[in-house]
Structures are given as structure tokens and as C-alpha cells.
Design a protein around this ligand. Structure first.
Ligand SMILES: Nc1nc2c(c(=O)[nH]1)N[C@H]1C(S)=C(S)[C@@H](COP(=O)(O)OP(=O)(O)OC[C@H]3O[C@@H](n4cnc5c(=O)[nH]c(N)nc54)[C@H](O)[C@@H]3O)O[C@H]1N2
Ligand SMILES: Nc1nc2c(c(=O)[nH]1)N[C@H]1C(S)=C(S)[C@@H](COP(=O)(O)OP(=O)(O)OC[C@H]3O[C@@H](n4cnc5c(=O)[nH]c(N)nc54)[C@H](O)[C@@H]3O)O[C@H]1N2
Ligand SMILES: [Mo]
Length: 778
């Protein structure tokens, strides 16, 4: 099934031309057309152009799509294809209000597709679920707050969960975490628990800081970027500008990814008229290695083993002084590496010793190297160990704590890193509880709270009685939905603060509330004064953000105002807790944040509109290591594979992927342009050789069945098999449709981040008929 005629050119030399792919550069006219298509839909409001104009600029609003850095001197338009889609999606003219809910029962809505639920438009009124009629019915804010507060007061706080998705601002997040602790628990899982929690745990343990060490300037002087499992073209496209500039200076890029992602192959900057007119593109990766899923530990081990061999020959590869002064654990690591067998490295990584030698030689002659990574490393059973290996590699040549070098996790949601910074964490050790105790005159809970996996297990076993969600779509984002879906209706209380309707809102029972809030691009007036909020980007810079659009409905409230309403109705009187007063002026919330975190947030209100954001700092930049040993730690992994089980014998590793037309569970449309796939989402990708070996045929309808042997059956049928350029031993399908196949108990052993890129599955010819297309509502 070839979608586009391939037009082979230099960067495509390794592409299998018989499988679908996008034969054009990322960016270029394709991305302009894609934005125009979204703008041209009947639902987009013309005023959205003004909103886009201010996006990511000082005193404008900060994009709600990815967390990539916002430069001090923005481009004329500082947004990308997918940032524009996110804004257009937020500022639709469609409304999902009481009339819609009167027409459809909740049971009926459960059969709708994710896309169709969100396409109803912005939620406009607070709604209460009425179990008797099976409808959401309009309620008032006062009724909602009183009922929720009354229920929370009789529940054991430890049986409740306050989830947050990474979009809410620093001000909102601080209040949310404070509310949880004043109420009496640390059950504060975050979308980060399904995402970069692996990073936070691994970096903290190994280099003493839970976040990346690089700033934008480092990308101006680095001479090599090692890219592991991050899909820049779709998920952080503005980063492509940074990459393009680095490439033009002569910086090299080496990519490790099982999928040949176009953004990491070729790019035309839509903001560069010359490139747009001539069609001349920038090649991104010098070397593109299709590592097997979970094979990064082995790939890095191979590179490092070659480096030790080169060091034996030349004596000039390792940074001996750095290693002695700044690291611990090196001998054990070196002994392990030297003892490794090349057959095992090649089998686990799917890469040849010769390819890895080529990488080792480039690395050994590069002076300033940055390691970049995303979900391809974090979402594995051995995720933290893979990150540990990348750190080991960087440490070998002192690529940490000097300009142009370091480690750069590319974060997901636009403020997901910031939420952790201001206290949304289930780990009490990471929060200054003593300061909070003094500040607000209470005894904070000290027990460890629940991660996302713990929370899902608690919902499943009935120990969680109430689930409050600050944004997101938790029920749809988690693993094992076949098991978890039915459990949601058993909750005694389910409160969803949201902008658009999604599956988590319809998997409910008695005691469910839907509370609609402003989006970031909308004007947020409190006490008649427009308010600003702030966010932290992937490179630890904090930016102010001001929304200007008229809110979608007069009945909406801001997230901080909703939290103030909930907290006031729930908590006992405390003269030091004045939520409504704080919310009348968000500057007061920022002062509270600065009191709790004086080192990070001094002069917060004065600095928040600094162009490029203000930098939170990172001790690693000065080679200060806040680790157990006081040094950067070499670590030795337990296994050469990051997978929990070994593929083979009919078992394949399932990677769950995002398309270019989605933001997590928000499905904008059904194209995946950058992968050359213009079909629906119920597909499974597999290498042509593997299809033949399995006796299957392209286009066949198949089912994926879990090969995780724990007594639970997991199956997803109605999938069309597509031959795709992938390594042997794996298959790929879309998230969230394939989440039913990922076992809840399969997660990174250090952080409990689900193994969304490494679930073991088998393939069956689907004997069931294709499921009926869910009813299209419009
Ligand atoms: N437009 C858009 N932007 C987004 C999002 C979105 O859904 N849409 N989501 C946001 C969020 S919350 C996040 S966390 C980020 C996610 O952004 P990314 O970190 O890019 O996450 P994914 O797209 O899940 O997967 C990344 C890549 O990992 C590769 N991969 C899979 N398994 C392996 C492996 O074992 N090893 C290696 N080396 N690579 C592997 C996949 O082929 C894929 O290219 O993006 C954010 N930005
Ligand atoms: N199989 C598989 N599963 C995965 C992943 C994967 O790669 N594969 N990735 C994981 C990752 S990285 C993440 S981060 C999670 C994502 O998990 P979540 O963050 O929970 O999910 P989202 O899809 O981002 O949430 C979308 C919903 O957020 C609401 N929303 C949007 N904007 C706002 C706002 O401004 N305020 C409020 N209150 N609500 C808003 C809307 O109602 C929308 O429907 O999924 C994880 N799940
Ligand atoms: Mo994420």
C-alpha cells in the first residue's frame, strides 16, 4: 500500500522504497497546507489568527502544545504546524453545552470515538452526572463545590487521588498540590508519571538534578547531537529550527530510532523564503540507525565498548581528569562492558558492530556532545537504565557541566516539568514540606503518594474512592483499558476539570462532575483585572503567558478559581489559607511560590516576562552533583535489553505511537502525513520481511493479543496490517487505541512509567468481523 510515489534522494538512501513513507522534507509547504486545512474547517474562528500571532512571544500566550523552549528573539511567527493545530483546536466556535448533553446519554457517548467527543467543541457549563437519567445535567458552580466539598470531608483523604495533566500553569499547579496536602494526602500523580518520570528519577539518581542540563545556547556550540527515541518533526517541531541552525554550523546528528521519522531526516523551514521557494531542504541526521525497540542499552554499550578499545589504542579518548574528579562507579561499568559479547550486543540492538564503531569514532572526535531523548527511552521496563547508559556515555568524555554539552530530555506537555517544580509530586522527599508547614500552619502528610500506575490499580481494586482530575484524559491515557474501563463507574466521586469532552468524562458513575475551564489563550479576569500565568519549558526557563481571547462561555472559570472553590468548600478554616483572596490577583500566588522555593523563584513577578524566560538554574552546569556519592554516577544495567520479555517465537514488541495529527488522546484528524500514512488509525505496522516470515499478507485484518502471561486476556481486533520500514521483531500501532494491550504491571522498574514502547504481543488473523464504525455524531 504505497501512499506517495517515492522520489529517492540522498537522505532516502536507506529507506525501503516498497513501504509507505513521506518523500518530502518535514516543514515546507506540507506543513503550511496542513495548518490551512485545519484553519479552513468550519469550526475555526477567524480571530484565531490574532491568537496565533501572539503565540510564544513575550507578553503573548505560550503555546499549549509542546514544552520546547521559547527563544528571546522570536521569529515573525513563532509557532509550528502542531502548535497551530493545538491553538485552533482550543479556539473552535463549536460548543458542547447542556443542550448537547440533554440529547445524548452517557452510555451512548461511550461508543463515540475520541475525535468525535472532542469535536463537539468547548464545554460551556458545569455539569453533574445524573445516574437515574444517564445524562449530564446543568448545575451551578456553588452546587458543585458544596456537593464535592461535602463528599470529600467524609472520605479518607488517603483514598482520594488528585491527578494533573501537564498543561496547567505554575500558579494552578501550586494551588492544586497545596490543596491536596492541606486536605491530607500526597496522591498527586501527574501525566509525567506516564512520560518523563523515568527521566526525573534516573537523572536525579545519577547526576543529582531531575531535569535536563542544557539551555538553548548549548545548541549554538555543540558539535554532535545523539538523538534517542524523540520524534521532533511531530512532537516538538520548533526544535527543528534549532537543529537546522546547528546543522548549518556543521554540527553532526546521529539518530537511534526504530522508525524512520521524517523530521529527523529532512526539513524545510517554513519561515525561510529561500528554502520554501527553491524546495532545498536541510538534511538532519548524518547517520540514522534503526535500533530495535528496547535496544538502546545494547547500542550504547556497543559504542562505549568501542570507545574503551580506542582508548587502549590511543590513550586520548576518555577525559581522565573529569573521570577521576567527578565520577564514581566507573570500574564496575568498565569491567561489565569489556566482558560483553558482541553477538549479544548486535542481537539486542539490531545494529552491527561496524555501525556502532562509526558512531564511536565520531563521538571520540567531537568536543561538545548533547544527548537528546524522548519516549523511546523512557517508556520501557529498563527505561531508567537506558537513560543511565546515555549518561555513562556522556560522562566518558566529560560531556556534562560545560558549554555545548549535556543531556536534554524533550518534555511533553507545555508545563509538565514546571508542575513537578512547584510541588505536584507523589514523592514527599521532593517537596519542601517543612517550609509549607510553616507557611500555612499545618502538618503536611509525609507518606509517599500514588503514581499514575498506583492510582489506576487503586481504581481497579476499589481502594480509590474519589478521583479529581485537573485536565487530561487519565482513563484513556493509562495502560490496560480493557481491565480498567469498567472500574471507573464504581468511584464515589469523580471530578473532571476540562476544556473538551473526552472518554474519562463518560466512564463515570454516580457522583461525577464536569467542570469547564478557560484555555490559556483566553482572557482570565479576576476582580476585573486581566491575569497572567507562567510556565516552565523543557530547558528550565520560566515564561509569563497572557491570554487575550474572549472566553468560550460566560460560565467558564479559570483553573485557579475552580481550585479555590473546591478547596474552600472542603478544608477547615485556616487564617493562613486565603484561596479566594490569592485568586483575585495571581501575583499573590507567585509570591507564595517564591516563599516556598526562594532559590528558584526570587523576584518572580518582576522576572516572568523576561524575553526567553528566566532560568531556574541547574547545579550540574557547575559540576555540582547532588547525588548520594556527591559525584556523577556511572551505572551498570541489569540487562542488555530494556524490554521486560524477550521477543521471538511469534512474540513481537509493540511500540505505541503518536501520529502527526494528534496531541496525546486528542485526535485532530486521521492523517499521519510525516509517515506517509493517510489512512484510518486502526492499523498495525510490521516489516515486510516479518510479514512474509509470519505467513501473513499485507492488507489483511489482524488482531493483536497480549503475550504478557499474567492471566488477563488483552486483545485488539479490526487492525489492518501494513508493511512498513521497521526492524524485525516489532510491530507498531497507535496510542491510545492500542492501550488495551499494554499491561498495567509492565513499567519502568525505577519510576513506574508504563512500558508503552515495549509491550509483548502476538498477531492473529482476525476472525471477528471488523467492528462497526462507531456512530458519527455529526
Ligand atoms: N503534536 C504533538 N506534540 C506532542 C504530543 C503529541 O501527542 N502530539 N505529545 C506531547 C507529549 S505529552 C510528549 S511526552 C511528547 C512525546 O514526544 P516523543 O518523546 O517524541 O514521544 P513518541 O512520539 O511517543 O515516541 C518517540 C519516538 O520513539 C521511537 N521509539 C519507540 N521505541 C523506541 C526505542 O526502544 N528506542 C528508541 N531509540 N526509539 C524508540 C518512536 O519511533 C518515536 O519516533 O510530545 C509532546 N508533544
Ligand atoms: N500507549 C501509550 N499511552 C500513553 C503514551 C504513549 O506514548 N503510548 N504517552 C503517555 C504520555 S507521554 C502522556 S503525557 C499521557 C497524556 O495523558 P493526559 O495528559 O491525561 O491526556 P491528554 O490527552 O493530554 O488530555 C487531553 C484532555 O485535556 C483536557 N484539556 C486540554 N486543555 C486543557 C486545559 O487547559 N485545562 C484543563 N483543565 N483541561 C484541558 C481536554 O479535556 C482534553 O480532552 O498519556 C500517556 N499514555
Ligand atoms: Mo507526555
Amino acid at each position: 500500500m504505497k501512499q506517495y510515489e517515492p522520489a529517492p534522494s540522498e537522505p532516502e538512501r536507506d529507506q525501503n522504497p516498497d513501504t509507505p513513507f513521506y518523500p518530502h522534507p518535514t516543514g515546507g509547504w506540507g506543513s503550511v497546507r496542513s495548518v490551512l486545512r485545519q484553519l479552513g474547517t468550519a469550526t475555526a474562528s477567524p480571530a484565531v489568527l490574532d491568537t496565533l500571532w501572539h503565540q510564544n512571544k513575550p507578553r503573548g500566550h505560550m503555546c499549549t502544545s509542546c514544552a520546547w523552549a521559547k527563544p528571546a528573539s522570536p521569529h515573525v511567527v513563532e509557532f509550528c504546524e502542531n502548535g497551530a493545530k493545538a491553538t485552533i483546536w482550543d479556539h473552535t466556535r463549536d460548543r458542547c453545552g447542556p443542550a448537547f448533553f440533554a440529547k445524548h446519554t452517557v452510555t451512548e457517548l461511550r461508543d463515540w470515538r475520541d475525535h468525535d467527543l472532542e469535536m463537539q467543541g468547548r464545554l460551556t457549563h458545569p455539569m453533574r452526572y445524573d445516574a437515574a437519567s444517564d445524562h449530564y445535567v446543568e448545575t451551578s458552580w456553588e452546587e458543585a463545590f458544596t456537593a464535592i466539598g461535602t463528599k470529600l470531608r467524609v472520605l479518607d483523604p488517603k483514598s482520594t487521588v488528585f491527578y494533573a495533566s501537564g498543561r496547567a500553569s505554575l500558579e494552578t499547579s501550586y494551588l492544586w498540590a497545596l490543596f491536596a496536602r492541606l486536605y491530607g494526602h500526597n496522591n498527586l500523580p501527574d501525566s509525567s508519571n506516564m512520560c518523563h518520570e523515568t527521566t526525573s528519577v534516573a537523572l536525579k539518581q545519577k547526576i543529582g538534578s531531575p531535569v535536563g542540563t542544557c539551555v538553548l545556547e548549548d545548541f549554538e556550540t555543540c558539535d554532535l547531537l545523539l538523538f534517542f527515541g524523540q520524534n521532533t518533526g511531530a512532537n516538538s517541531p520548533r526544535f527543528l529550527h534549532t537543529l537546522q541552525q546547528a546543522r548549518r554550523r556543521g554540527c553532526k546528528v546521529i539518530t537511534f530510532n526504530p522508525v524512520r521519522e521524517r523530521g529527523l531526516i529532512e526539513f524545510i523551514n517554513p519561515q525561510n523564503p529561500a528554502q520554501m521557494l527553491t524546495g532545498s531542504s536541510t538534511q538532519i541526521s548524518d547517520i540514522y540507525l534503526q535500533v530495535k525497540p528496547g535496544g538502546d542499552i545494547a547500542a550504547i554499550a556497543g559504542i562505549a565498548k568501542h570507545l574503551f578499545a580506542l582508548e587502549d589504542e590511543t590513550g586520548s579518548v576518555l577525559d581522565a581528569q573529569f573521570l577521576t574528579e567527578h565520577t564514581s562507579g566507573r570500574s564496575e561499568y568498565e569491567a561489565w562492558l569489556r566482558g560483553l559479547d558482541w553477538d549479544a550486543i548486535e542481537a539486542s540492538s539490531g545494529l552491527s558492530s561496524a555501525d556502532l564503531m562509526q558512531v564511536a569514532k565520531i563521538y571520540a572526535t567531537s568536543e561538545r556532545v548533547i544527548g537528546v531523548f524522548g519516549m523511546g527511552l523512557t517508556q520501557h521496563v529498563g527505561g531508567a537504565q537506558s537513560i543511565g547508559m546515555l549518561i555513562n556515555l556522556l560522562l566518558m568524555r566529560g560531556n556534562m557541566g560545560r558549554p555545548g554539552a549535556g543531556i536534554c530530555p524533550v518534555r511533553g506537555h507545555s508545563n509538565v516539568q514546571g508542575q513537578r517544580t512547584v510541588g505536584i509530586s507523589e514523592k514527599p522527599d521532593l517537596v519542601p514540606l517543612d517550609i509549607l508547614a510553616r507557611q500555612f500552619g499545618f502538618e503536611p502528610p509525609r507518606e509517599e503518594g500514588m503514581t499514575s500506575v498506583d492510582a489506576a490499580q487503586g481504581v481497579l481494586d476499589g481502594s480509590v474512592k474519589a478521583f479529581l482530575s485537573l485536565g487530561g484524559n487519565f482513563a484513556r491515557a493509562i495502560p490496560d483499558q480493557g481491565r480498567t474501563d469498567p472500574a471507573w463507574s464504581q468511584l464515589e466521586l469523580n471530578v473532571q476539570v476540562a476544556t473538551k469532552l473526552n472518554r474519562s468524562h463518560v466512564l463515570v458513575g454516580d457522583g461525577a462532575w464536569l467542570l469547564p475551564c478557560l484555555v490559556r489563550g483566553e482572557e482570565d479576569r479576576q476582580a476585573n483585572v486581566p491575569q497572567a500565568v507562567s510556565l516552565e519549558d523543557s530547558l528550565s526557563h520560566i515564561h509569563g503567558s497572557i491570554g487575550r481571547r474572549k472566553p468560550a462561555s460566560d460560565s467558564l472559570r479559570s483553573e485557579p478559581a475552580i481550585i479555590a472553590g473546591l478547596a474552600t468548600a472542603t478544608l477547615p478554616e485556616n487564617p493562613k489559607v486565603r484561596c479566594h483572596q490569592w485568586v483575585s490577583d495571581y501575583g499573590q500566588i507567585r509570591e507564595l511560590i517564591a516563599d516556598t522555593y526562594p532559590e528558584l523563584f526570587q523576584d518572580y513577578n518582576d522576572r516572568m516576562f523576561q524575553p526567553g524566560g528566566f532560568y531556574k538554574g541547574n547545579p550540574v552546569r557547575d559540576r555540582t552533583w547532588k547525588t548520594a556519592s556527591g559525584k556523577a554516577e556511572f551505572t551498570t544495567p541489569d540487562s542488555l535489553s530494556a524490554l521486560g520479555t524477550k521477543p521471538g517465537g511469534g512474540v513481537y514488541t509493540l511500540m505505541t505511537l503518536r501520529s502527526n495529527d494528534q496531541f496525546n488522546t486528542t485526535i485532530y484528524g486521521y492523517r499521519d502525513r510525516l509517515r506517509g500514512l493517510d489512512t484510518d488509525r486502526m492499523i498495525v505496522l510490521m516489516s515486510p520481511a516479518e510479514i512474509t516470515a509470519a505467513g501473513l499478507r499485507e492488507g489483511q485484518e489482524v488482531a493483536l493479543v497480549s503475550a504478557h502471561d499474567d492471566g488477563h486476556s488483552r486483545r485488539l481486533g479490526g487492525l489492518r496490517l501494513i508493511a512498513y520500514d521497521l526492524p524485525m521483531g516489532c510491530v507498531a500501532a497507535y496510542y491510545p487505541e492500542s492501550n488495551v494491550l499494554v499491561p498495567l504491571e509492565l513499567y519502568d522498574t525505577a519510576s513506574k512509567t508504563p512500558a508503552f514502547k515495549g509491550a509483548p504481543v502476538r498477531l492473529e488473523i482476525d476472525s471477528e468481523a471488523l467492528p462497526k464504525e462507531p456512530k458519527a455524531p455529526r
